[in-house]
Design a protein around this ligand. Sequence first.
Ligand SMILES: Nc1ncnc2c1ncn2[C@@H]1O[C@H](COP(=O)(O)OP(=O)(O)OP(=O)(O)O)[C@@H](O)[C@H]1O
Length: 261
Amino acid sequence: MLDINNLQASVEGKSILKGLDLHVKAGEVHAIMGPNGSGKSTLAQVLAGRDAFEVTGGSVTWDEHDLLAMPIEERARAGLFLAFQYPVEIPGVSNAYFLKAAVNAVRKHRGLPEFDAMDFLTRVKAEMKAVGMKEEFLYRAVNEGFSGGEKKRNEVLQMALLEPRLAILDETDSGLDIDALKVVADGVNRLRSPERALIVITHYQRLLDYIVPDQVHVLSHGRIVRSGGRELALELEEKGYGWIGDSGEVHSAPEPAGGAQ
Ligand SMILES: Nc1ncnc2c1ncn2[C@@H]1O[C@H](COP(=O)(O)OP(=O)(O)OP(=O)(O)O)[C@@H](O)[C@H]1O
């Protein structure tokens, strides 16, 4: 579904992504881990189409389309969703208005009838219950004055309502208490389906106790340097990142039995 080949991107003239390869099939959940500043959020923003980042090389194919050639709003309408690391506040725009407009734009693109006010309220209230949000949040301005955890729940609410084909969660678990962490994980798990792919950027293997990924990748200095299963996250938790070199080589491999020097 998503094929990223040799992706290179820079911001303010600084090269961040330096030949990144990633292949995600429909139905899969991939976790991306990696040291601070390695380029995880940059990857998410480049896929979402934020223009602060300049793509300087490589290709991204999404459902046989050239993703990089698609304008940002077309990516969103076609079902790409990014849950922000730092969700933005939109003063003066109520959460209800924003969510209804976003959901209906996507439904229209999919050839589905738009929700009227009643249908939308029924739907949104059910999803809010699932993510543990009180109804009053519908009538507040988007994210304005929300606590860190409330903002992240609101991201999961948006994701659930928009039913994306490709969802990217950029550290949606950071700063969450254990109940909110489970809400995020439940939100992801409820979305798992054969037509959908999810990319979860996280620093904490604990999240992966609840969302069991098909693959775990380590992003370092702008490239995926190691990939593996769930056990890779456990290994990272135990050893940190220092043992993986820039080309994915293992720096301090255990000595072979017999101890040859
Ligand atoms: N607008 C910008 N201007 C200058 N440098 C930037 C900008 N945005 C990102 N960078 C730099 O790009 C590099 C990669 O940042 P990015 O946010 O992608 O890392 P990350 O892997 O998500 O890190 P973290 O785990 O800390 O969230 C960092 O060195 C960061 O300072």
